[in-house]
Write a protein that binds this ligand. Structure first.
Ligand code: HEC
Length: 112
């Protein structure tokens, strides 16, 4: 009996923790991945000089929300992952392809 009530309390706590978007704790798997990969060193709010914040990027990427087809997604992944002629950012290039994909999806969904 007591064990039962206890695990119910734990479940409630887990649900609360998952729903909580407060404080400095990353609020999603995407945010956690971005934190793990050092993205916030540059893209936090306020961002490092001359770097767009994730909020700004998410605003830009919102254009694809709900209509991110495979080609558009690959385009964004490549842009993040491989940069361009003039942009080589180690933190971007170090990403695994599936990580870059997850982070692009996260930004399209709002980057929170
Ligand atoms: C050393 C600073 C730095 C770090 C760390 C960094 N970025 Fe960036 N990022 C930039 C700069 C500068 C730009 C804008 C110029 C560019 O696009 O290359 C940028 C641009 C971007 C863009 C826009 C690309 C486009 O053209 O649409 C995305 C998305 C992005 N970063 C995601 C990330 C993610 C995810 C991480 C963590 C893996 C990360 N960045 C880490 C500096 C950084």
């Amino acid at each position: 009996m007591r064990g039962h009530a206890c695990s119910r309390a734990l479940l409630a706590l887990a649900a609360w923790a998952a729903a909580c978007t407060c404080g400095a704790q990353p609020s999603s798997a995407g945010a956690q991945l971005a934190a793990d990969r050092g993205c916030y060193n540059c893209h936090a709010d306020p961002p490092r000089r001359n770097v767009p914040s994730f909020r700004e990027l998410a605003g830009r990427y919102a254009a694809w929300r709900g209509q991110l087809d495979a080609a558009a997604e690959q385009h964004l992944v490549d842009r993040l992952h491989h940069g361009s002629l003039l942009s080589h950012i180690a933190a971007h290039e170090r990403l695994q392809e599936d990580e870059a994909r997850a982070l692009v999806r996260w930004l399209v969904e709002g980057g929170r």
